[in-house]
Every structure is written in C-alpha cells, then in structure tokens.
Design a protein around this ligand. Structure first.
Ligand code: NDP
Ligand code: OXD
Length: 313
C-alpha cells in the first residue's frame, strides 16, 4: 500500500517525516514516478498539481493537509473518491487563539496605543466593556464554534451565521441569505471563518460592507478574515477603510498569496496583515490523524470528515 504526498508552496520533508513517524510501516512517496509499479492507494495533498490525481487508478481517498479543501476542488479532473479534511483540536486551538488575539487587539485599541507610543502620547482611550460588543462569526463550523465559545468566556456577546439553521446555547444564530442582514446589523466586529465555495466566493464585497453597522461602541465596525482570500474584494475593503465605513481590519488571507508587494493593504494604517498564519497545519499534530484514518479505512471503517463536494466544503 502506497501513499502519495503531493504539496505545492513548501517542501514536503516535514510532512513526510511526520507521516512516516505516525505509521513507519507505510510507504510514502512524494511523486508518482517514485512509486514505480506500486499502486497509489491514498493521496495526502496541499494544492496538488491539477490533473495529477486523475492519473491514479487505484486511489481510494484524498486527504487535505488542512481544514479547507478549495485547494483540492479547483482541480477540474478530480477522481470520484472521498475527500477528507482536517478536523483537529490543534487546528481549532490555533485558530481560536488568532481570533481572540485579533478581537482583543481591536477591542483594546492596540492600533491607537501603538501609534501613541511612537509619539510618547499619554492618553487613555474610551474603553467599552466586552459585554457591550457583539462579535459576529461568519461560518459557525468547527473553527467558528470554538472561537465563539472562547469569546463568550471573555464576556463578548457572540452571534453566528451559517448556511443551515443552528441552535447554540448562549449564541444568537442566523442562517442563509435571509439571516445575513440581521446578522450584519448585530455585529460590531465581524470574524470571517467561511470556506471558499461557489456560494461564498467574493461574499465580502462593497454591498456586504455597506450593510455592516455604521456606529459601534468602538466607533466603527471591524473586519477580521481568516477564512480565505477569495471571499473578499480587497478594493472594496480598502475603499471602506478610506471612507471610514470600516474602522480597522485584520486580514490573514488574500486573493493572491503571498500578498503582492504592491498591494496597498501592506501599508494601510488601519490594516493588520498576517501571512496566512492564523492556524498553521502542524505536521506532528495532524499527520497521526491522517494515518489513523487511513488505517481505519483499510480495516473497512468509514472515513470521518468527508467533504460534501456539491456544497464545496
Ligand atoms: P466547517 O466546514 O466546519 O464550517 C464552515 C462553516 O461555514 C459552517 O458553519 C457552514 O454552514 C458555513 N457556510 C458554508 N457555506 C456557507 C454559505 N454559503 N452561507 C453561510 N454559511 C456557510 O469549516 P471549518 O470551521 O473547519 O473551517 C472554515 C474555513 O477556515 C476553512 O474552510 C478554511 O478556508 C479556513 N481556514 C483558514 C486557516 C488559516 O490559517 N487562515 C486555517 C484553517 C482553516 P453550515 O454549518 O450550515 O454547514
Ligand atoms: C487550512 C489552512 O485550510 O491552513 O487548514 O488554510
């Protein structure tokens, strides 16, 4: 039994080592030629070359190295086998740390105080209480729910928006197109943790930004996007910031990554940029999960966290 590890954008060595350590008896190859005459049964991928997986007649399942699978589904020639995504405490904890960090920094006026420090200005800013702020989470899935719970512990009022209706204790929930308006109207800080699908592509556009609150206890609305860059229209975000309709933004993901040097987002004083680092996929934490699933599948057990291809996540 052979496993193909196919990644683009970084070296496969750390993943190869972690997968090998998780199941030393498995053969793991990093390109098809290395497999020789051996059939390839499983593929573990991040942005595999388009068309590659279609050349593997024995493939039984595809594993994403992350929570998102848009990087797999862009391949138009995907074989009809299950696609499995990562669901892991390690990933949830990292994402919630990022969300809490960015929410607290905007909430506690990090940008203003950093600016004041450069000018040695001693001036205390008005500070609302956490309970006066509603953090709206777009995408109330595995990551969104965990972040919501942690924000609740800090005392924030939390709202969530998802595709299907949900009931979550202590969180005001909204669903679908009908729920979007009221959800945006309730949110002072908007956290985007949506997957990139045909329905969500470009959802953070001028129209959505214009539906956000005008006045908030912080002075204006804040946008935090750690979902995918393809969800956002960057020119619309810049325009909203320039016109003061958006107070500040933290962006971890971009339409083009790495963010091109000429992007105005790099130097915009109201934007905090991180390089798609909100929740890194740590090979040591995640490889054992992938290898456990492969072993279970080999024993005839069902795969977990299989993606709904129709929905795109
Ligand atoms: P889930 O699949 O668990 O959750 C997705 C959520 O989005 C669900 O609540 C789903 O609704 C909702 N959703 C999907 N489509 C729509 C829609 N059209 N309208 C409204 N809501 C919608 O995903 P995860 O929480 O595990 O991950 C979310 C995303 O985070 C990933 O897809 C990835 O893009 C991104 N990510 C980014 C990382 C980073 O470092 N920046 C790291 C890891 C992930 P419903 O509940 O009804 O299905
Ligand atoms: C993921 C990511 O999808 O790291 O897990 O972006």
């Amino acid at each position: 039994m052979t496993i193909l590890l196919s990644v683009t954008g970084f070296a496969p060595s750390r993943w190869w080592q972690a997968l090998h350590e998780a199941a030393p008896d498995r053969r793991i190859v990093v390109d098809v030629a290395e497999a020789g005459a051996e059939p390839i049964d499983y593929a573990v991928v991040w942005k595999q070359p388009p068309g590659l997986l279609a050349t593997l007649p024995d493939l039984k399942a595809i594993f994403s190295l992350g929570a998102g699978v848009d990087h797999i589904l862009t391949d138009r020639e995907l074989p009809d086998v299950p696609i499995v995504r990562i669901v892991a405490d390690d990933l949830k904890e990292r994402m919630s740390e990022f969300v809490v960090w960015r929410v607290l920094d905007h909430f506690r006026r990090g940008r203003a105080y950093r600016q004041q420090q450069t000018q040695k200005i001693w001036h205390e800013r008005m500070q609302p209480a956490a309970r006066e702020i509603t953090v709206g989470i777009m995408g109330l899935g595995v990551l969104g729910l965990d972040a919501a719970e942690k924000l609740k512990v800090l005392g924030f009022d939390v709202a969530g928006w998802s595709r299907s209706e949900k009931r979550v204790a202590g969180i005001e929930t909204f669903a679908g197109e009908a729920g979007l308006g009221p959800f945006l109207a309730a949110s002072d800080i908007l956290v985007v943790l949506l997957p990139l699908t045909a329905d969500t592509r470009g959802i953070i556009d001028a129209a959505l930004l214009s539906r956000m609150k005008r006045e908030t206890p912080l002075g204006g609305p804040v946008l935090i996007n750690a979902g995918r860059g393809g969800l956002q229209h960057e020119t619309a975000i810049l325009a909203a910031l320039d016109e003061g309709r958006l107070m500040e933004a933290s962006l971890d993901v971009f339409t083009v990554e790495p963010l091109p040097a000429e992007s105005r987002l790099w130097s915009h004083p109201k934007v905090f940029v991180t390089p798609h680092a909100a929740a890194a996929s740590d090979p040591d934490a995640l490889a054992p999960i992938v290898m456990r699933q492969i072993a279970a599948h080999e024993r005839g057990e069902p795969l977990e966290n299989v993606v709904d291809r129709q929905a795109g996540y």
